[in-house]
Design a protein. Structure first.
Length: 375
């Protein structure tokens, strides 16, 4: 059964998510603002959920259409084949959003969509009342510029929730963004890898998962695992295929932070992720960075001066780290910051910059790709 899928992602990560889906063998992959679409059969549900590193969730797009009135929304929704995925006792909550559209009231849209689905199922199941006591199938809608998209959420919790980080320190970096930062370096386990502001360890852990080629969703539950319309074999087959692609080897992956509590949390997170044997964490001051290498990459997300440090303190931190790194040739640097004066404080213009979003915070990924001395 051919299906159409949508993968929402953080702005700036669309191309990376599209590349991942192509490598997974998905069809008709198309990147758009904040999302990627693709086609596949039911096995794609399991493969995409298990393997995607930079997408936020996997949605089955049941239909899309113009909706400038509630009547149009109702009739188009009712015409979709909801019975393909909703058994007669399914619970089907509705959530979503509307932007720049005539149908601006989200609660009203929710009610109309719910009512339309019920009317469709009444005709298919010959029932007048639905108890919604069975499996949950979350309906998600988006209405943008009067164009509606109605989807079923196969993921449940967002894909950034890998399951290894139940505890974290302040201002955590989303796992999907951390994986994207690592992917942009093309790091695959060769050479040295360091995060000198590692916090709860997200970036080094994602680097270790990438080096090992371990599917990030291997140890978590997905909503569609509970759907009776799907053959449970698709999940085990996807896991077996993912395990067959894993690598074993020795890697040099290090996370450091000046907070001993953060390092303790990072070590526990690495253990939960199953990579504690290939990633190390140490208490260290980034401004005293003195590691030299022939081939290495630093990927890091230091404090921005918005939530943790004042801007002046952040600038002093950037200046100190820049001076330390200038004495350590051999490193490429990929650093995420929203601070408008980062390059001035760091002491050098970036070779390249890329716009990314850390949650709602607009950031730049500053890329220093010259491995030579920075003095």
């Amino acid at each position: 059964m051919e299906l159409r899928f949508l993968v929402p992602c953080l702005f700036g990560l669309e191309g990376l998510a599209a590349d991942e889906l192509r490598r997974l063998g998905m069809g008709d992959v198309t990147a758009d603002n904040g999302r990627v679409s693709f086609s596949g059969d039911e096995s794609a549900i399991a493969a995409a959920n298990l393997n995607l590193r930079t997408g936020e969730r996997v949605l089955i797009e049941l239909g899309s259409f113009e909706a400038q009135s509630f009547d149009a929304l109702f009739e188009a929704t009712k015409a979709l084949p909801w019975e393909r995925f909703l058994p007669k006792d399914a619970a089907f909550p509705v959530t979503g959003y509307s932007l720049n559209s005539k149908l601006a009231s989200v609660p009203d849209c929710q009610k109309i969509i719910k009512k339309a689905v019920v009317e469709r199922l009444k005709g298919k199941y010959r029932l007048q009342w639905f108890p919604e006591t069975g499996e949950t199938v979350q309906i998600r809608f988006s209405i943008m510029k009067d164009h509606a998209s109605l989807c079923l959420d196969t993921s449940g919790e967002g894909l950034h929730k890998r399951g290894y980080r139940p505890a974290h320190n302040a201002a955590p970096l989303r796992e999907t963004l951390a994986a994207a930062m690592v992917n942009l370096t093309r790091y695959r386990g060769r050479g040295d890898f360091v995060d000198p502001f590692c916090g709860s360890g997200t970036i080094p852990i994602e680097a270790a998962l990438i080096a090992r080629n371990r599917a990030p969703g291997m140890d978590r539950h997905f909503a569609a695992m509970d759907w009776s319309v799907l053959d449970p074999k698709i999940w085990e087959q996807a896991k077996e295929a993912a395990r067959a692609k894993e690598f074993q080897g020795a890697y040099s992956i290090l996370g450091t932070d000046n907070d001993p509590k953060a390092i303790a949390i990072a070590r526990k997170n690495a253990e939960r992720a199953g990579v504690d044997d290939i990633v190390r964490f140490e208490v260290a001051d980034a401004m005293a960075f003195d590691r030299k290498t022939e081939r290495g990459v630093i990927v890091t997300n230091p404090p921005y001066g918005e939530r943790i440090l004042e801007k002046q303190e952040a600038e002093a931190l950037y200046t100190g780290f820049g001076k330390a790194l200038a004495r350590c040739p051999g490193w490429q640097l990929y650093l995420l910051s929203s601070h408008t004066e980062f390059e001035r404080s760091f002491g050098r213009k970036a070779d390249k910059k890329r716009k990314l979003y850390n949650g709602m915070i607009k950031c730049d990924l500053f890329m220093y790709t010259d491995r030579g001395d920075r003095k």
